[in-house]
Design a protein around this ligand. Structure first.
Ligand code: MCN
Length: 749
């Protein structure tokens, strides 16, 4: 029996649970100096002067720099479609645009000396009006980049061309503006870098990231170097959630300091800096309009998005593109439209965060469906069944150009409803409502389809077998909690018969693996894992011809037995040769590139049960029942782990997480005392249903699971909270549905 599809234990865990990982901050670096960033304390201001002279006299200070010392160009927006005038100097020059933006560097011998020295840096700000809300940014009264002539980074779709008659034949139309709030990725490991300038002026940078090759590209671009002059090495990474893709200004500046001083330089930010200056996620204001018949058919849907990009265009400005791509979700709406505008504001830049654009699409349409159901007085499950696309096995193209590969959306919802005992839950709710007690129960649903592996469709892998019975896999993906070491070894073992514990997986060193797409968009298994399987199979082909020579038979007469990892002559098992014995003077390895036929579209349904205390506003999550169909599952243990983490993160957005600024752009959530994240005590055990609808786009049949549950959980939990108080006339509560917000809504504030 194949080990694929079995619950192979994570081979990573013994090390993490005993000696612990080796993170960037743990790496030894003799003679390293410490980089500290002096960050703007004002959201929007003219920088009149930055004076580091007093800091230079402080104990242990090696150097201090301002923008005037830098010989590096400003960073251009990452995509052509973004406003090209919105450039970012690596250290603020002339203007600061968010609290936390680096304005100076202080370099010290010891880390503890840097904060005292940084206090002595004298920055003279002339405050400018801060633009905090995206609506104000869109109004354009104050411009962050006057030279750009607008605060708009990019637009998607033509708002002026929206169909005025879209809802004409609808019996019922509901419209609402809802918030998909700004959240902080908050990985356990904060950002860090260690850089060394090599004698040949190459720079080696150790950076926690999601893909060394992308980080190298970013560093080379920011440092004005060719890629071959930069080597990136990825140590253990303590969580990333999309926010460690590539490299940021701070990473490049650490490299610059190392080159400038000719000695290693290192930086590890504080948690406060991380919450201030690591990119944030989500941050969309959405207006949904939905219309249809009183019998439950939705005829038309419109989504209008205002995306807060933060102070500088990054991937966040592009996320509405993905939100629009997935706007109608799993539904067969007759007509749908979506448009978006991304604007800059005086806040921390926004980039990818688990799901990156797709959770926002699901949140919008799932709220819209519930608003419509409430308006026509129909059960939200029944409305969903009326509008879900029927099952399909050959690709289905949507009006927005997404090509859904395979899916059975009604089956996912049916399974979840049955497992949760939906009818019983509704009866319990009715009983509680008629009893009129303070604690009410709500049942929230969400159906979703999302896109994974949508960027580069290719990934490479090298598999090499050694005479001592071991093997090494090189991969272009870059795990940071997903368990690739386990699964990539499992995939090779299933082909080659070499035990998993004899297989080493390597990634994240650009000298060793110059090409790779990294880990993001839940692409790794379907592209990187398939590349490992493909390379292993090709290696067996090479080995087969060597075995044929060794045994003096024709290749076609040979069979490979995985359980013994040996070739033998068909019908004569005694004439055999071990795979590892075929390594001679010539190495036995294969480098292979797999190219997927397309992006894949995982789907599912989530049901959440929430209790809301109508006197205090406190919501308690009681149950989460989900189907998350990611095609063929290679390791159910790991896939379930991803679902657990995803549900927790998704529920946290609905319940409590939010980055908040005051009207002047001062962050109010820059410590973990103010920024709440979810812990096990707030979460029930999750009820995970199994469902596997293979894709035809890769030989494994696998789709991505890394983000799916985050996408499904948020609207299910939000809908459950609103459902708990729906009988009191409440149709919507923005996220996070904190006790205060629920309490205020109940009191009509
Ligand atoms: N898997 C499987 N069968 C499937 C799909 C996946 O067995 N059909 C397994 C894979 O072998 C892998 C894991 O599940 O071990 C996740 O695989 P995949 O869905 O391919 O996702 P990636 O490995 O590409 O992970 C990326 C995804 C993203 S985009 C974010 S954001 C995210 C996430 O993973 N950030 C994480 N999960 C995270 N988990 C941790 N612990 N930390 C993060 O920062």
């Amino acid at each position: 029996m194949s080990i694929l599809g079995t619950r192979v234990l994570r081979t990573e865990d013994p090390r993490f649970l005993t000696t612990g990982g080796v993170y960037t901050a743990d790496l030894p670096a003799e003679g390293a100096c410490h980089v500290h960033f002096v960050r703007s304390t004002v959201a929007h201001a003219r920088l009149l002067s930055v004076d580091v002279s007093a800091a230079l006299e402080a104990p242990g200070v090696v150097a201090a720099y301002t923008a005037a010392d830098l010989d590096l160009p400003a960073i251009n927006p990452p995509m052509d479609r973004m406003n090209a005038a919105m450039i970012r100097p690596l250290l603020a020059r002339d203007v600061v645009r968010f609290v936390g933006e680096p304005v100076a560097i202080v370099v010290t011998e010891q880390p503890y000396q840097s904060e005292d020295a940084a206090e002595l840096v004298d920055v003279d700000y002339e405050p400018l009006p801060a633009v905090v809300s995206p609506a104000d940014a869109a109004a354009g009264d104050t411009l962050l980049f006057p030279e750009a002539g607008t605060n708009v980074v990019a637009s998607f779709g033509d708002a002026a061309a929206l169909d005025q008659g879209l809802f004409d034949d609808c019996e019922v139309v509901v419209s609402r503006t809802i918030l998909n709030q700004r959240v902080a990725p908050a990985p356990m490991e904060v950002r860090a870098a260690l850089a060394r300038s090599d004698p040949d002026r190459r720079v080696t940078a150790w950076v926690p990231n999601q893909g060394a090759q992308e980080a190298r590209r970013d560093l080379a671009r920011m440092l004005g170097l060719d890629e071959h002059q930069v080597r990136v090495v990825t140590p253990d990474v303590g969580g990333a959630f999309g926010a460690k893709f590539g490299a940021e200004a701070e990473h490049a500046l650490v490299c610059w300091v190392a080159r400038r001083l000719g000695r290693p330089a290192r930086w590890t930010e504080t948690r406060n800096e991380n919450l201030l200056a690591m990119t944030h996620g989500r941050a969309q204001r959405q207006t949904v309009t939905i219309g249809g018949r009183r019998s439950g058919e939705v005829l038309a849907y419109r989504l209008e998005i205002l995306q807060d990009s933060g102070a500088y265009p990054m991937l966040g400005s592009f996320l509405p593109y993905l939100t629009i791509l997935m706007a109608p979700g799993p539904y067969a709406f007759a007509r749908a439209e979506a448009v978006a505008t991304s604007v800059v504001t005086n806040t921390t830049p926004v980039s990818a965060y688990r799901g990156a654009g797709r959770p926002e699409a699901t949140a919008a349409v799932e709220r819209a469906i519930d608003l419509f159901a409430a308006e026509i007085g129909m059960d939200p499950a029944a409305v969903r069944f009326k509008n879900l696309l029927p099952p399909f096995t050959s690709p289905h193209e949507t009006a927005f150009g997404a090509v859904y590969d395979t899916g059975d959306y009604p089956a996912a919802l049916e399974k979840v409803l049955a497992a949760a005992g939906y009818e019983g839950l509704r009866k319990e709710q009715a009983a509680l409502r008629s009893a009129g007690g303070p604690v009410q129960v709500g049942i929230g649903l969400s159906c979703y389809v999302e896109i994974t592996g949508g960027g580069s469709l290719s990934e490479n892998s090298t598999v090499e077998v050694f005479a001592d019975g071991t093997a090494v896999i090189l991969t272009g993906t870059s795990p940071h909690g997903q368990g690739h070491e386990t699964v990539w070894a499992t995939l090779a073992s299933a082909e080659l018969g070499i035990p998993i514990d004899k297989i080493t997986v390597k990634w994240g060193d650009t000298d060793l693996i110059p090409v790779g797409g990294g880990t993001g968009g839940s692409r790794s298994l379907q592209q990187g894992g398939t590349a490992v399987q493909q390379a292993s199979r090709e290696l067996l082909d090479v080995a087969r011809s060597r075995a044929a020579s060794a045994l003096e038979v024709s290749s076609s007469d040979l069979v490979f037995d995985v359980s013994s990892s040996a070739f033998s002559v068909a019908g004569d098992p005694d004439v055999s040769v071990l795979l590892t014995d075929l390594v001679g003077d010539e190495r036995l390895f294969v480098h292979s590139v797999f190219r997927a036929a397309g992006a894949t579209f995982p789907f599912g349904a989530h049901l959440a049960v929430v209790e809301v205390d109508t006197e205090t506003g406190k919501a308690v999550l009681r149950r989460v029942v989900t189907v998350d169909d990611a095609g063929t599952v290679i390791n159910p243990l790991l896939a379930e782990g991803q679902r657990h983490g995803g549900i927790a993160q998704g529920a946290a957005q609905a319940l409590l997480e939010e980055v908040v600024y005051d009207a002047d752009g001062n962050p109010l959530t820059s410590t973990f005392a103010d920024y709440p994240f979810v812990t096990a005590t707030e979460l029930p055990s999750f009820e995970l249903m199994s469902s596997q609808t293979p894709t035809t786009y890769n030989p494994l049949g696998a789709k991505g699971i890394g983000e799916a549950s985050t996408i499904g959980a948020t609207p299910a939990v939000q809908n459950a909270i609103i459902d708990a108080v729906g009988h009191l006339g409440i149709r919507h509560i923005d996220m996070p549905a904190s006790p205060q917000r629920i309490w205020e809504t109940l009191r009509g504030n």
